[in-house]
Design a protein around this ligand. Sequence first.
Ligand SMILES: [Zn+2]
Length: 248
Amino acid sequence: MKLKTDGLILREQNIGESDRLVSVLTGDYGVVRAFVRSARKVKSNMLSSTALLTYSSFTLYKGKETNSISEAEPIEVFFELRSDITKLALAQYFCELAGELSPQDIEGTESREYLRVVLNALHFLAKEKKSPELLKAIVELRLMSLSGYMPNLVACSECGKYLTDIMFFDLVTGLLYCKSCRPAGDFRQVSARVVEAMRHIALSDMERLFSLSLSPAETAELSAVTQEYLLIRTQHAYKTLDFYKTVR
Ligand SMILES: [Zn+2]
């Protein structure tokens, strides 16, 4: 079956003399793994359009066993991400997260929003329009919310109070408690500003998602909470996150 789609290269791996195996986050099929034959031949224009962090339009052949890409045309290349080790490390973490949390090669799946979250984050990261830590928190919590790990942030889950100056977040269940209802146990204390930021990330329209603005201290608090929540809920170790932490 021959298809036209667009997607972001999340991972590339060289195979043999001249082939390449890529993981692509598409808007129509989630994450698709596909071979690019002869991508590394000198005259091939497929080399750049199937490179990591490139957003391209593809002609994709979906087979029973394997998929392959026959044509690819770059749409956006994100050059700025390649020249800065911190940006590159964070961009690769976004790719690993998207690869882990997005739907995997399913026809008729709605993966366009995953793609939009990551593409927007890469754009803001490349252009230095938002702090890297804020982008990290947005990508972590939004992708989790899309993929079935949506925390329940609407109100205190005990008494229904909307907001107190500090609240408590259960990293295991994703439930929120106000100051007076704080249950016994090991809960993450979260300031009111960060509770509101988490609500924004989890629940706002895509168009408003990246309009969030916080102080550096609030951003650090937010990023720590979203990261802890991610690591506890997904029970997964992210190699690219460990690397980002060593270079940020
Ligand atoms: Zn309460």
